[in-house]
Design a protein around this ligand. Structure first.
Ligand code: NAP
Length: 473
C-alpha cells in the first residue's frame, strides 16, 4: 500500500490483518509467543538503566523527534488506521494528531517531574521526596484507537525513564508496529520499547502479571478483561492502570441550547461509528425539549454519509467485525421488542457485512440492555425524563463511571449536575472532551488511574520519601 506498511509487514507472518470495510487482507505480521515475550521483557529491563540515567532533557529530545516523525507521516499513519480499524479517514488524521500530542506533551512534562522538600518534624532531620521511574512496564491496548491508546501509555512511560513492552489488539497491529518503527528512527533504543503482536492474548496477559520484572501494567479495553488482569496482578502486587468500558449519559435539559446540544450529540455519539469508550451511550432528554431535540437529531443522523472509511467524506465507516455488528443488531431488536421506536436507520447497510445504518431510537425504557450495556455502534437511544433529580438518578444507575455529558444554561444547574454525576470526566455544553492536557480516566468499573495531563506522568513514577538525619552540629 505504501512505504510504512511495506516495512512493517512480514510475508511469512502468521497474523493476517483485515480491512473491516472489505474483509480483504491488507498485510500479515508475525506474532510472538510467551517465551519470546519473556526474553523481550528481560532485554527491556536491561535497557532501562541507561535510559533512566539520561537527563530528562535528553529523553525529551528523543520523544520530540518521535513526535515530529509521526506528524511527518500523518497521512500514511492515518491510512493505516483506516485500513485496519475502518474509521473515516478524516477521523484517522485527527487520531494521529491527537495521539502524537501525548508524545509532545510528555516530552515536555518529563522535565517537570519535581520532588519536594517538606518542613521538618525534628531537629537535625530534613524531609524530601524524589520521583523515580517505576521500571519495566507492560501495556495491552484495544483496536478502536490503534495509535492514540498506545501513545498515551508509551509517551509517559519513556518520558519517566521506564522501558515498555506492548501487546496491541490482534485486529490492529499495523499502527502499533509503525509507531515502533518511527520510535526507532527517532532514537528510542531498540530494546526499550517493543511491540509484540500475539494471537494468544490471555497467555501474554498472564505473563505480564506474573513476570517479576514487570512493575506496572497499563491496560485499555473491556471491563471484563480488566477484571481478569486485576485478579492476576494480585500475585506480584503489580501496579495497574485500567482504562475500561463506559456507559456515558448525554443529558439535555429544557434550558439547553438545542442546536449546540445536537451538534455535541453528533460528535459524541457517531465518532468512529459509535465505537469509543466515551461515546454517548444513552441520551436523557427532558420533557419540554424532547420532541424538538429528537426531530433535529434525527434529521442530522439521517444525513450522515455511510461509506468505507478510505472514501473522502465518509462519516460512518464499518464496525470492526461481524460480532460487533451482531451485538448492535441484537441490542436494537431487543429494545424494539420492549417498545422503542426507530426514528431513522435501524438496520444493516447494503454497503457490506460490517456496516450499520446510524440510528435514533425513542421511547426507550431506562432499564433495558441497550442503555445498560456498551452499544459500541451508531445507535442513539433516547430516554425521556421529568426533572433534574430523575436525570441524575438514571445517569448514575450504572456500574460504569467514565464520561458524562450534559447541556444546560442555568449556572446553578451546571454546577449541581457536574458535581452530582459519578463519573471521572464530565463535560457541560460540549460533546468532545479528550485532550492530552486533561486527565482522562474513569471511576467505578471504568477503571483506575489517569492518562494525559501532568497526572499521566505520575502513573509511571514512584514517589520516594528520603529522610536526611544526623544533620545537627
Ligand atoms: P478487549 O476485548 O478487552 O481487548 C483489549 C485488549 O485486551 C486487546 O489487545 C485484546 O487482545 C486483549 N485481551 C483480550 N483478552 C485478554 C486476556 N484474557 N488477557 C489479556 N489481554 C486480553 O476490548 P476491545 O474490544 O479491544 O476494546 C473495546 C473496549 O475497550 C470497550 O469496552 C471500550 O470501552 C474499551 N476502551 C476503553 C478506553 C478507555 O480509555 N477507558 C479506551 C478505548 C477503549 P486481542 O485483540 O488479541 O483480543
Amino acid at each position: 500500500m505504501h512505504e510504512l506498511i511495506d516495512r512493517i509487514s512480514d510475508e511469512r507472518g502468521d497474523l493476517p490483518v483485515r480491512d473491516p470495510a472489505t474483509g480483504k487482507t491488507i498485510a500479515t505480521v508475525r506474532t510472538y509467543g510467551v517465551d519470546e515475550v519473556a526474553g523481550i521483557i528481560r532485554d527491556a529491563d536491561v535497557a532501562r538503566g541507561a535510559w533512566a540515567a539520561r537527563t530528562a532533557k535528553e529523553r525529551a529530545r528523543v520523544l520530540r523527534a518521535w513526535f515530529d516523525l509521526i506528524m511527518d507521516r500523518q497521512e500514511q499513519l492515518a491510512r493505516i488506521i483506516t485500513a485496519e480499524c475502518g474509521k473515516p479517514i478524516a477521523e484517522a488524521r485527527g487520531e494521529v494528531a491527537y495521539g502524537a500530542a501525548f508524545i509532545e506533551w510528555f516530552a515536555e512534562e518529563a522535565k517537570r517531574a519535581y520532588g519536594e522538600t517538606i518542613p521538618t518534624f525534628a531537629d537535625g532531620k530534613r524531609v524530601l521526596t524524589i520521583k523515580q521511574p517505576v521500571g519495566t512496564c507492560a501495556a495491552i491496548t484495544p483496536w478502536n484507537f490503534p495509535v492514540a491508546m498506545i501513545t498515551r501509555k508509551v509517551g509517559p512511560a519513556l518520558a519517566a525513564g521506564c522501558a515498555i513492552v506492548l501487546k496491541p489488539a490482534e485486529a490492529t497491529p499495523l499502527s502499533a508496529l509503525a509507531l515502533e518503527l518511527l520510535a526507532r528512527e527517532a532514537g528510542v533504543p531498540e530494546a526499550l520499547f517493543r511491540v509484540v503482536p500475539a494471537s494468544e492474548p490471555s497467555a501474554i496477559g498472564e505473563l505480564f502479571c506474573s513476570d517479576p520484572l514487570i512493575r506496572k501494567l497499563s491496560f485499555t479495553g473491556s471491563t471484563r478483561v480488566g477484571q481478569i488482569l486485576m485478579a492476576q496482578s494480585g500475585q506480584n502486587i503489580t501496579r495497574l492502570s485500567l482504562e475500561l468500558g463506559g456507559n456515558a449519559p448525554f443529558i439535555v435539559f429544557d434550558d439547553a441550547d438545542i442546536d449546540a446540544a445536537v451538534e455535541g450529540a453528533m460528535a459524541s455519539k457517531y465518532r468512529n461509528a459509535g465505537q469509543t469508550c466515551v461515546c454517548a451511550n444513552r441520551f436523557l432528554v427532558q420533557d419540554g425539549i424532547h420532541d424538538a431535540f429528537v426531530a433535529k437529531l434525527t434529521e442530522r443522523v439521517a444525513a450522515l454519509k455511510v461509506a468505507p472509511g478510505a472514501q473522502e467524506g465518509s462519516q460512518i465507516g464499518p464496525l470492526i467485525n461481524a460480532a460487533g455488528r451482531e451485538k448492535v443488531a441484537s441490542l436494537l431488536d431487543a429494545a424494539v421488542a420492549r417498545g422503542a421506536r426507530v426514528m431513522t436507520g435501524g438496520h444493516r447497510s447494503d454497503l457490506g457485512e460490517n456496516f450499520f445504518e446510524p440510528t435514533v431510537l425513542v421511547d426507550v425504557a431506562p432499564d433495558i440492555d441497550i442503555v445498560r450495556q456498551e452499544i459500541f455502534g451508531p445507535v442513539a437511544p433516547v430516554i425521556r425524563f421529568r426533572d433534574e433529580a430523575e436525570a441524575i438518578r438514571i445517569a448514575n444507575d450504572t456500574p460504569y463511571g467514565l464520561a458524562a455529558y450534559f447541556y444546560a444554561r442555568d449556572l446553578g444547574r451546571v454546577w449541581r449536575v457536574t458535581e452530582a454525576l459519578e463519573y471521572g470526566m464530565v463535560a457541560a455544553n460540549d460533546g468532545l472532551l479528550s485532550t492530552e492536557v486533561a486527565p482522562f480516566g474513569g471511576i467505578k468499573q471504568s477503571g483506575l488511574g489517569r492518562e494525559g495531563s501532568r497526572h499521566g506522568l505520575d502513573e509511571y513514577l514512584e514517589l520516594k520519601y528520603c529522610l536526611m538525619g544526623g544533620l545537627s552540629a
